[in-house]
Design a protein around this ligand. Structure first.
Ligand code: NDP
Length: 321
């Protein structure tokens, strides 16, 4: 087809992070098309909070397509402490990127929202039409409102300028190259790191909260494949949820069990119930995704956890932690 012959220069912001590294791995191992060239950039290549630096980056690379992943991200406890920073820094990054996409004639930009930005008080399952239907959970209001504004910008660029800027909504992502920091990390990488230390030191594994909250987790390499599909094929402005199904939701307690099994930790597990649980659940529907890709196979949770644990153990010295 025509679109297979037109040269595509694809810029991936946040290319050094969890999702960016996974996209790079999939592109290198199975995904590259002859008419595509890919650039993966991190904060050392360009500080995306700096408008002029972003314009220089775009004038140098002249991307035709952008996958915009870069963001200030973190787990529940990091968000609780830094809502203002999460809002301001992410607003700046997103506004700079979309303005540059407009100015430099980018054909398609795919940005990244998150299922944790949805309204706190809602009905389940959550779907793509509900992004703005009520305030987000108070613990991460800064991050959430900044993400929601991406959808506002995409609408504006479509209506006033005919641009095709869209967004995806992943559930919780985990995998190699995650942030395994014990304070700033998301629940799974932080758990994997804690279990590693508990096993090494022969100490109990302390888990924050009751273990009852339910979450949908997507393996970064599965998400990467879906991101590449969205960049190539998905033509709506409205967002699409990229998540495992409702039936694949697991409790934090079940996730703890999977991690403990994968790392072969035999010690005591203590749930610290004085610590915050966060939202009890935020079950998202992947019906829209299933309508487009009925046959997509997700990696089973236990297999993906095992691969992530093995990666962390093998890369302990250099992993982000
Ligand atoms: P990571 O923390 O692993 O990576 C963040 C990336 O953003 C890194 O490449 C980092 O660069 C880059 N970055 C951060 N600040 C700047 C800046 N000022 N200028 C340039 N680059 C910057 O994040 P993830 O891969 O987990 O997240 C990718 C996207 O997916 C984000 O938009 C996030 O909100 C979203 N998302 C993530 C989920 C998850 O569970 N992880 C769930 C749902 C959505 P460097 O490496 O140089 O610091």
């Amino acid at each position: 087809t025509m679109s297979d012959q037109i040269e595509r220069r694809i810029l991936v912001t946040g290319g050094t992070g969890l999702v960016g590294k996974a996209i790079e791995q999939v592109v290198n191992s199975e995904g590259k098309k002859p008419n595509e060239s890919w650039s993966f950039i991190g904060s050392k290549d360009c500080n995306l909070e700096d408008e002029q630096a972003v314009r220089e980056l775009f004038s140098k690379l002249r991307p035709t397509h952008v996958i915009h992943l870069a963001a200030m991200v973190g787990g529940l406890f990091h968000n609780l402490a830094h809502n203002l920073q999460f809002f301001r820094r992410n607003m700046k990054i997103n506004d700079n990127i979309l303005a540059a996409c407009d100015e430099f004639g980018v054909i398609k930009c795919v940005s990244c929202l998150s299922t944790c930005i949805f309204p706190d008080k809602t009905t389940y399952p959550i779907d793509e039409t509900m992004v703005h239907l009520g305030p987000p959970h108070d613990s991460n209001f800064g991050y959430s409102y900044a993400k929601r504004m991406i959808d506002v910008l995409n609408k504006g660029y479509a209506q006033e300028k005919g641009k095709r800027f869209t967004s995806v909504i992943p559930c919780n992502v985990f995998g190699p190259h995650d942030n395994y920091n014990l304070q700033a990390g998301h629940v799974l990488p932080a758990l994997i790191h804690k279990a590693y230390v508990a096993k090494r030191d022969g100490t109990p594994l302390m888990v924050y909260g009751t273990g009852k909250p339910l979450r949908q987790f997507i393996y970064s390499l599965d998400l990467a494949k879906l991101f590449i599909w969205v960049m190539r094929e998905y033509d709506e402005i409205d967002p699409i949820i990229l998540s495992v199904g409702e039936e694949d939701e697991v409790s934090i307690g079940q996730a703890v069990d999977a991690v403990v099994k994968a790392i072969d930790f035999k010690g005591e597990i203590i749930y610290d119930k004085t610590k915050a649980d966060g939202q009890y659940k935020k079950t998202a529907s992947n019906a829209k995704l299933r309508k487009y890709l009925p046959d997509f196979k997700f990696t089973p949770f236990d297999v993906a956890i095992k691969q992530s644990v093995d990666w962390f153990v093998e890369n302990y010295e250099t992993a982000r932690k």
